[in-house]
Ligand binder design. Structure first.
Ligand SMILES: *Cc1c(COP(=O)(O)O)cnc(C)c1O
Length: 453
């Protein structure tokens, strides 16, 4: 990555109040009320400016090092977003044949900057990636190394290989998204890696080119990344000195966390009690500093696989209030968005800031649960949250929903999936239309009562 010019500062989030008496919530320069009128709700909205700003933060922080951002497609895999990132010279971290196809459709020339991760690649997925001539396979087990060699032999190709090592480093995050300890299913124990590299080096169909590591997601401290990388660098030295195996790149994985409680969210009246200050630029700089120290003496390329850090805060999920209701002491705000649209609160007990699209200074605040219509008690976006009172028909924005929002959405309760809009300055474009009833049923067949096969 080449050093870049100093940039104008990009706000942590693109969502802010403006207009008459600062009442209307905007994304960049587009009032969100205009988007809900044009496209309906539930609606995902992303700022291209904010996404590119995050990519540039990485470029700035790693200036002077040979570093490539391989955006983690699973965080948000919309084709327009992939194309936007490809145009900013990003590569991609994929975990399935479907994600490979997305990269091919969005930016064919970026296939050579694709790293393929995942603990269970199928023969068909490996074949497709070999044919696409991707940058490297991140191999997670001896069995997978065998399969990769077999497929490469079959197709008469040479597969570039990195072993994903498990460095046994603890990183504080939610247990479902911690991956870097030996009790987890990911990677091969770092102590077993050298033998696998020797096996790969002996094969005519495999070329060991890298070492990769990924210790988890939403990790807020930089130290675990440094510790993991130090162990990787030790392995790289051992491979070189003991076995003559030259490692060209180290893949440090993704996982850099954000603050879902960042206090720049313009709240109504007062700061929420859990608000914290969060400076994305400082976070990347500290992360890069840990890497720089750990990588001293390594003169190959560094690959980075950020997902959440790039896209989470660029996006929000917009919803409309259907009803408000009380059950005993509890007050509920029922929205037309649900856990099938954004599952993070249900899956990870995740916190998301919620803002009204229109601020009403005269409205009192109330403590409410914001919930969806799905038949699960886990179908909530906020619990016991103090919010400016919301009425039926009002619109709200659930912030920091750009990562693991749409990509984890489903049709549960036979709900068509939301539409997605990309904003850039004062322009907006539909990048995924709302699903229809026809989409919902398109791939199913009825046959019990004489329906056609
Ligand atoms: C999920 C994942 C990432 C991205 O993680 P973030 O926390 O979104 O940065 C990167 N690499 C691998 C191997 C992953 O599984």
């Amino acid at each position: 990555m080449s050093p870049v010019n100093r940039l104008q500062e990009i706000p942590t989030r693109p969502f802010h109040y403006a207009g008459a008496q600062d009442r209307d919530l905007l994304c960049d320069r587009v009032p969100l009320s205009r988007l809900v009128r044009a496209y309906g709700t539930p609606l995902y909205v992303y700022s291209a400016t904010n996404i590119l700003g995050r990519v540039r933060l990485f470029a700035e922080a790693f200036a002077g090092m040979r570093a490539t951002v391989c955006y983690s497609v699973k965080a948000n895999s919309n084709l327009s977003i992939l194309r936007l990132l490809a145009a900013a010279d990003a590569g991609f971290d994929i975990v399935s044949g479907g994600e490979l196809e997305r990269v091919r459709q969005a930016a064919k020339s970026s296939l050579r900057r694709v790293v393929f991760s995942g603990v269970g690649k199928t023969a068909a997925e490996i074949d497709a990636a070999l044919a696409a001539r991707i940058l490297v396979f991140n191999v997670e087990s001896p069995a997978e190394l065998d399969l990769l060699e077999q497929r490469a032999r079959h197709l008469r190709k040479r597969a570039p290989v990195a072993m994903r090592v498990n460095p046994d480093v603890f990183a504080a995050t939610h247990p479902y998204i911690s991956t870097g300890m030996t009790e987890h299913k990911f990677g091969v124990a770092i102590g077993d890696a050298a033998a696998l590299y020797q096996r790969a080096a002996r094969s005519s169909y495999l070329t060991p080119t890298g070492v990769s590591v990924h210790i988890g997601s939403q990790i807020r401290s930089a130290e675990p990344f440094g510790q993991a990388l130090q162990r990787v660098v030790q392995l790289v030295r051992e491979l070189q000195s003991s076995y003559g195996i030259q490692i060209r790149h180290i893949d440090a994985g993704g996982g850099l966390g954000i603050s879902y409680q960042a206090d720049d969210a313009p709240q109504q009246g007062k700061r929420p009690a859990n608000a914290e200050s969060f400076d994305p630029k400082a976070a990347v700089l500290e992360y890069a500093q840990q890497m720089r120290v750990a990588l001293a003496g390594f003169d190959g390329e560094l690959l980075l696989e950020p997902g959440r850090f790039i896209i989470a805060q660029a996006g929000a999920l917009l919803a409309q209030v259907l009803h408000t209701k009380r059950n005993g002491k509890k007050a509920f705000v029922v929205t037309d968005a649900a856990m099938n649209d954004l599952i993070r609160p249900a899956l990870y007990q995740a916190y998301h800031s919620i803002l009204p699209l229109r601020r009403q200074q005269d409205r009192p605040s109330a403590v409410v649960d914001v919930v969806g219509p799905v038949c699960e008690t886990g179908d909530f976006f906020a619990r016991d949250r103090e919010l400016a009172a919301l009425d039926a028909g009002d619109f709200l924005a659930i912030l920091d929903a750009g990562a693991y929002g749409m990509s984890l959405s489903s049709n549960y309760n036979s709900r068509p999936r939301a539409a997605e809009v990309l904003v850039e300055g004062n322009r907006h474009r539909l990048i995924r239309r709302r699903e229809t009833m026809r989409d919902l049923l398109a791939v199913e067949r009825t046959f019990l009562n004489g329906g056609a096969e």
